[in-house]
Design a protein around this ligand. Structure first.
Ligand SMILES: Cc1cc2nc3c(=O)[nH]c(=O)nc-3n(C[C@H](O)[C@H](O)[C@H](O)COP(=O)(O)OP(=O)(O)OC[C@H]3O[C@@H](n4cnc5c(N)ncnc54)[C@H](O)[C@@H]3O)c2cc1C
Length: 382
């Protein structure tokens, strides 16, 4: 693994920072308070090329390799404070566009990827159900084949971007008795009769990324919209989870860098007992821990993206390590950023409370920290 970024990768990184500083600053506090998604910011990202980063130019993408896309997302997280927007973009990139790119037919790729890259459409991923979260393969959504359609019945919950999505990558079972061998993936367009987007779910953080339920009531999905082969969705789901676990937190590296820099600046300016608080060793050590965590998080996340990009056998375990370490580092860094600012950190004015609220979700989505530990234990032969 080469730790030197190429000149073109560094140029991309700087271009993303310039773009985010120019075009992604708005009334974030107000939108966070109102739990409001911004289609306009989503569109600006698409026009810059964010949604298309790691996909072929022939399908509307930017033709970057995944590691370069990760670097670009890190830059976005550094210069854009809207963690909900960044989470939504990354969720679409790794759990909607990537499975279509890797497992979709040529027709599916040509129909959906250009629309998702251009921002015309928004994509969402529906696996979780009210009674199956960590135990994802015990899902109950039924998919019954009738002629040239599958009839879907069931419901999905916690679906990020569901309230605004135009396309859903969803998983159902053709026969619950077959367990994982019954799982099948589908691409379901929002206006398909029988698909209903239910209530928007209120949550503690990532509020600018709307979350909702999706209900299927005799929803007829053309066989042409099946993703991959019937009963083979486990490999699709696992593959997209490896991409997601390894790469979805790239923007949070930028968030951690931003939190570190702003906390150092605060510690140099804020004076107590006649001197800057950064001169107190307890405060300095907190900042040192933020720095060490950031560099370690970079290492495991770059490693996971590199392993997946090169089809390395450790890719699955590397992704779980990255997901576990980076998400927990993010929460601890969010807490430290609040502590450094004392009572001011607890107020909304200094904005770090929002970063902390946003951080908590990262230890839950794409598999909780407990589940990542289970995966890592399994990779150790336990
Ligand atoms: C911000 C956010 C965005 C999300 N976006 C999406 C999305 O777009 N699409 C989607 O399908 N889902 C999404 N989810 C759902 C997410 O994938 C689930 O919340 C997660 O998989 C956990 O499932 P659960 O909430 O049902 O918890 P449960 O599975 O009920 O777990 C409850 C607790 O038990 C622990 N636990 C469960 N099983 C085990 C075990 N075997 N070993 C050890 N501990 C265990 C868990 O770690 C957790 O602490 C999102 C969640 C969040 C928070």
């Amino acid at each position: 693994m080469d730790f030197n970024w190429r000149p073109d990768q560094l140029e991309l990184r700087q271009a993303v920072i310039d773009f985010a500083r120019r075009s992604l600053q708005d009334d974030l506090g107000g939108r966070d308070h109102r739990a409001e998604f911004s289609r306009e910011l989503w569109q600006r990202c698409a026009e810059f090329g964010i949604q298309g980063l790691p996909f072929p130019e022939s399908l509307g993408g930017g033709g970057q390799d995944p590691l370069s896309a990760v670097l670009a997302m890190e830059a976005l997280g550094y210069a854009c404070r809207d963690n909900g927007l960044l989470f939504g973009l990354a969720a679409q990139m790794w759990s909607v566009q990537m499975p279509i790119h890797r497992f979709g037919t040529a027709e599916q790729q040509q129909k959906y990827l250009p629309r998702l890259c251009s921002g015309e459409w928004i994509g969402a991923h529906g696996m979780s159900e009210p009674d199956s979260g960590s135990d994802a393969f015990s899902l109950r959504t039924r998919a019954e084949r009738r002629g040239d359609h599958y009839i879907l019945n069931g419901s999905k919950t916690f679906v990020s971007e569901a309230p605004v999505a135009d396309l859903f990558v969803v998983f159902g079972t053709i026969d619950p008795a077959q367990g994982a061998l019954g799982l099948t993936g589908f691409l379901v367009e929002r206006d398909t009769p029988g698909l209903r987007v239910g209530r928007q779910i209120e949550k503690m953080g990532l509020k600018t990324s709307p979350m909702g339920e999706v209900v299927f009531e005799d929803c007829a999905v053309p066989v042409a919209n099946r993703l991959g082969r019937e009963g083979r969705a486990v490999s699709i789901f696992n593959d997209s989870m490896e991409w997601e676990r390894g790469c979805i937190l790239a923007s949070t590296l930028g968030t951690m860098q931003r939190l570190l820099e702003s906390s150092v600046a605060y510690a140099r300016e804020r004076r107590q007992f006649g001197r800057p608080i950064g001169e107190f060793q307890s405060v300095a050590n907190r900042l040192v821990d933020m720095k060490v965590r950031l560099e370690a998080a970079r290492g495991v996340l770059y490693r996971a993206a590199w392993a997946k990009q090169h089809g390395h056998p450790s890719a699955g375990a590397d992704a779980a390590v990255a997901k576990l370490f980076v998400s927990e580092a993010l929460v601890r860094t969010g807490l430290d950023a609040v502590q450094v600012r004392g009572g001011y950190g607890f107020t909304t004015e200094y904005e770090v409370e929002r970063d902390l609220r946003d951080a908590v979700g990262s230890t839950l989505y794409s598999g909780t920290s407990d589940i990542q530990r289970n995966l890592i234990a399994r990779s150790l032969g336990l």
